[in-house]
Write a protein that binds this ligand. Structure first.
Ligand code: PGA
Length: 305
């Protein structure tokens, strides 16, 4: 039986996501390339590994068996790479980072300082929402993650490294702009522009309202912070965003922060990695750097209303 490591790696990703598209995204391959690897593996094995049920795919019995072994092979390969990397020393090797979309507002500043210090480390940064980050941690597909709250469903090590205040934003001409001490209940009357359900910001916002027994009036839904800000500016509703995302809009007064009871809501950014993961010297250097220096480089602006 001629089975290649590459086929096993691709198969493992498809089996974990039960999706060719998501596996292709994770592996930075095209979807046809992923399907082809799986087909070649099926030919080599002589058995079907997936079956199609309407739009979904499921593992066949042979697929489930192979999934067990391909996971073990992948884990060993990763460990082998990590051990070999660690023998090379700190200013070498690759570092695969992933960050919440909201982190994108300051991550480049951190990476710039880090890269100047360690020019020999090849950095790769994936920006995506909270839900996808949790999946990357589950699949051990990344070295370190910068996110809003450690996940509950994966066993991880996590350390807070910087404040992440959430604020309520409005266009400057909104009747509540400039009003002091707005009760949260008053906001329940306003429509809110929402991030997508996989967003950590959205989950925090829903928790804040739910804790007070209040419901949010959902307005439009947008997948990006930039789109949310534009929608709020255009008068489509209020929203809750991380203060990190609106530095420019506050400077140019295109958006204002409302003075709402319980806000700014205190949150933190966390550096997260899988429990038991062996960090390479490069990953350890990045971890130490973020914990010690991130707030000095990228702390959110002070709020002078
Ligand atoms: P997100 O940010 O809304 O871009 O997922 C992460 C978070 O604040 O938890």
């Amino acid at each position: 039986m001629h089975v290649s490591l590459r086929q096993l790696r691709v198969f493992e990703a498809v089996a974990r996501h039960l999706s060719y598209t998501r596996a292709a995204e994770e592996l930075h391959l095209s979807q046809p390339a992923v399907s082809m690897q799986v087909r070649q593996l099926e030919n080599a094995v002589g058995l079907a590994l997936f079956e199609r049920l309407g739009k979904r795919i499921e593992l066949t019995e042979a697929g489930r068996e192979l999934f067990h072994y391909s996971r073990a092979v992948n884990r060993s390969l990763q460990e082998m790479e990590e051990v070999l990397e660690s023998l090379k020393g700190v200013n070498r090797g690759r570092l695969h980072l992933a960050a919440a979309s909201t982190v994108n507002y300051f991550a480049p500043r951190l990476l710039a300082v880090f890269q100047r210090r360690y020019p020999g480390i090849a950095l790769h940064l994936d920006i995506t929402n909270r839900e996808s980050l949790v999946q990357m941690l589950e699949g051990n597909a990344v070295d370190l993650v910068l996110m809003g709250r450690p996940p509950e469903r994966v066993e991880v090590e996590s350390e807070p490294f910087m404040e992440n205040p959430l604020v309520v934003i409005a266009p400057p001409e909104h009747p509540l702009a400039g009003v002091a001490d707005i009760p949260l209940a008053r906001l329940a009357e306003e429509p809110f522009v929402m991030r997508e359900p996989g967003s950590g910001t959205r989950q925090a916002m829903e928790r804040i309202f739910a804790e007070q027994g209040l419901a949010i009036r959902h307005g439009m839904q947008m997948t990006r912070n930039e789109a949310v800000k534009q929608a709020v500016r255009s008068g489509l509703g209020l929203s809750v965003v991380s203060l990190h995302t609106i530095e420019l809009e506050l400077e140019t007064r295109r958006l204002v922060v409302l003075d709402v009871e319980g806000f700014p809501h205190r949150r933190h950014w966390f550096l997260v990695y899988r429990q038991g993961k062996r960090l390479s010297p490069a990953a350890r250097a990045f971890r130490d750097f973020v914990i010690a220096e991130a707030s000095g480089i990228a702390a959110p602006v002070a709020l002078g209303r």
